[in-house]
Design a protein around this ligand. Structure first.
Ligand SMILES: NC(=O)c1ccc[n+]([C@@H]2O[C@H](COP(=O)([O-])OP(=O)(O)OC[C@H]3O[C@@H](n4cnc5c(N)ncnc54)[C@H](OP(=O)(O)O)[C@@H]3O)[C@@H](O)[C@H]2O)c1
Length: 344
């Protein structure tokens, strides 16, 4: 498969990307603009009070990033023009069931008429978010995207991005199969009905509001309620070499190690952690869009071809920070030592 040929697919296409300022979304946007400059339009939908603030967010959180360096160098003075001829900011919210909360009627009509492809990258990726918020975005939000997609008269493709691997509390080898509607991974909760979950979350919230609980209490209680109801997921995409965006997921642990603040961690040294660089995720999304079959779920992982063991991460981090120590507030290099790995 030649990437060049594949990118022809995107020529003259209009694509809606939700969660437009998110980590995966911006890597996808950069890749499309760099490899298919003849893409017609990229609508980036993100939460903002209006399209002007949405555009401002795209400028600072997407376009101004180091990630766009190659494009900036290639287009020089024409860069801004190149970007804004193709990128359009859309203020919206996937949790809004009314056409994703896109208030601008003209823009909405234009989108419903012209969109060829929708890529849903919007999600709350906070593992400890409030249950009502998680449900509104990650569950009902997907339904809202689906109903918006059904109104797009020229739509050819909807790609939904999600976490690849969820095992709940189960142990051992788990077969890769799709979940049936209502199926749960928990042994105690045998059936999951998202409408009931929504009602439970709304009920809990209204109880808290009735007793005039503080915002802080509401936040903590609704988060704990989510933990009670959910099985946590365990899939991670990390940053590409040379470009890092904040500290997320595994990065936090690795940076903590570099700062000498991680005396031990949990995990069997022989266990494999499935990590995949984000540029590979985006390449896989593109292949799935061009060659994939409708309704197929693609799992992007590294465990089989290029396994990364818990012990590898430990060794790599140790070697890296020994060679490139972080500097403490007194400007001294921080010396790292091997940590204790706890396992049963
Ligand atoms: N990164 C990983 O390790 C990883 C691993 C496996 C799967 N995934 C999946 O990949 C997808 C994208 O992840 P990511 O890493 O790009 O996450 P991310 O950086 O947190 O981006 C998600 C984006 O969604 C936006 N968003 C949240 N709620 C929204 C709403 N109601 N309406 C519109 N936009 C909304 C957020 O916008 P704000 O900026 O306004 O908050 C954020 O920019 C998710 O489904 C995630 O589960 C990620």
């Amino acid at each position: 498969m030649e990437l060049g040929n594949m990118m022809e697919y995107f020529e003259n296409k209009t694509i809606l990307i939700t969660g437009g300022a998110g980590f995966i979304a911006k890597i996808f946007v950069e890749k499309i603009l760099r490899t298919q400059p003849n893409v017609k339009k990229l609508y980036l939908l993100l939460r903002a009070s209006d399209c002007k603030s949405a555009q401002q967010r795209i400028q600072t959180e997407v376009i101004d990033k180091e990630l766009f360096r190659l494009l900036r160098e290639k287009w020089g003075k024409e860069f801004d023009c190149f970007i804004w001829e193709r990128v359009e900011a859309v203020a919206g919210d996937i949790a809004d069931e009314n056409l994703l909360g896109i208030k601008n009627a003209n823009l909405r009509e234009e989108m419903l008429k012209n969109i060829d492809i929708i890529v849903n990258c919007a999600a709350t990726t906070d593992f400890y978010d409030r249950y009502d918020v998680s449900l509104a975005i990650n569950t009902m939000g997907v339904l809202n995207i689906l109903s918006f997609a059904k109104k797009c008269i020229n739509l050819k493709m909807l790609l939904h991005l999600s976490t690849a691997y969820v095992c709940g509390e189960r142990e051992g080898i788990i077969a890769e199969k799709g979940c049936e509607f209502g199926e749960t991974l928990s042994e105690t909760l045998t059936k999951l009905d998202f409408k009931i979950e929504n009602e439970l979350a709304a009920h809990k919230l209204s109880q808290l509001q009735k007793i005039e609980a503080s915002e802080a209490t509401i936040n903590t209680t609704m988060k704990d309620f989510g933990i009670e109801r959910l099985c946590l997921n365990q899939s991670i995409v990390i940053t590409i070499p040379g470009w890092i965006e904040g500290l997320r997921t595994m990065d936090t642990l690795i940076a903590g190690f570099g700062k000498g603040k991680v005396p031990c961690f949990l995990g069997r040294p022989t266990y494999i952690i499935d990590m995949i660089p984000a540029d590979m995720v985006v390449n896989s999304m593109i292949v799935a869009m061009v060659y994939g079959e409708s309704g197929t779920i693609y799992q992007i992982g590294s465990s089989m071809r290029n396994p990364l063991y818990v012990s590898n991460i430990h060794n790599y981090a140790f070697h890296y920070f020994t060679k490139n120590p972080l500097i403490d507030k007194d400007e001294n290099p921080i010396k790292v030592s091997k940590v204790t790995v706890l396992h049963h």
